[in-house]
Design a protein around this ligand. Structure first.
Ligand SMILES: [Zn+2]
Ligand SMILES: [Zn+2]
Length: 199
């Protein structure tokens, strides 16, 4: 009998406690929601969905802010999409965008010129019978490459990037066989190339 009454008491208690729990939970959700919502620095409305201004990072709603689409140049993302406070922040971001485009274009031009210059580096063979470099230069040596033309390209790159030079003199293209093992465990030989010269 005692067991039964205790059960009844528990059930009764649940009847009173459950609504309180629900009210408590709803309250907690409400507080969390209020905390999650942020006040727009422009219209002062408290909203769940706000943005951070791309310039000053203040909270701004999409109604008040100026929408800025993503800034892309030659497939490179220079700035993410977002919103800016109307006025000063929008102007600042637009100016910043123009600067980053200019900087990006200048960098692309520099890279293009470098590649163009590298492609034009003259490789003068050690066997060349014409005039060679009159004074002793700096010896350069590439690493081993799987293809002859890759080794030559590496020498051209070394000349431009490392020595600001447009000609490599006394060029020797060396090839050697290296031992390797096939996936089936069979030994085999493969050829590699390197270039030495003087800049
Ligand atoms: Zn607003
Ligand atoms: Zn702003």
């Amino acid at each position: 009998m005692r067991w039964v009454s205790r059960q009844t008491a528990t059930t009764k208690m649940e009847i009173y406690v459950l609504p309180l729990l629900i009210v408590g939970a709803l309250g907690a959700i409400g507080i969390a929601g209020y905390k999650l919502s942020r006040e727009c620095s422009c219209c002062k409305e408290r909203l769940k969905w706000t943005h951070n201004c791309l310039c000053c990072e203040q909270d701004i709603c999409s109604k008040c802010g100026t929408e800025m689409s993503v800034l892309v140049r030659d497939g490179t993302r220079l700035r993410v999409a977002g919103f800016t406070c109307p006025g000063v922040c929008t102007d600042k971001v637009k100016r910043r965008d123009r600067d980053s485009i200019e900087k990006h274009d200048a960098e692309q031009e520099r890279l293009r010129k470098r590649l163009d210059r590298i492609s034009k580096v003259r490789l003068v063979s050690v066997n060349f019978s014409g005039p060679q470099k009159p004074i002793t230069g700096v010896l350069i040596e590439t690493g081993w490459h799987t293809e002859k033309h890759i080794a030559e390209e590496a020498a051209r790159q070394m000349a431009v990037d490392g020595y600001d030079a447009d000609t490599v003199w006394y060029v020797k293209t060396i090839s050697e066989k290296f031992p390797g093992t096939s996936p089936k465990g069979r030994p085999y030989y493969y050829r590699q190339w390197k270039v030495t010269g003087e800049v």
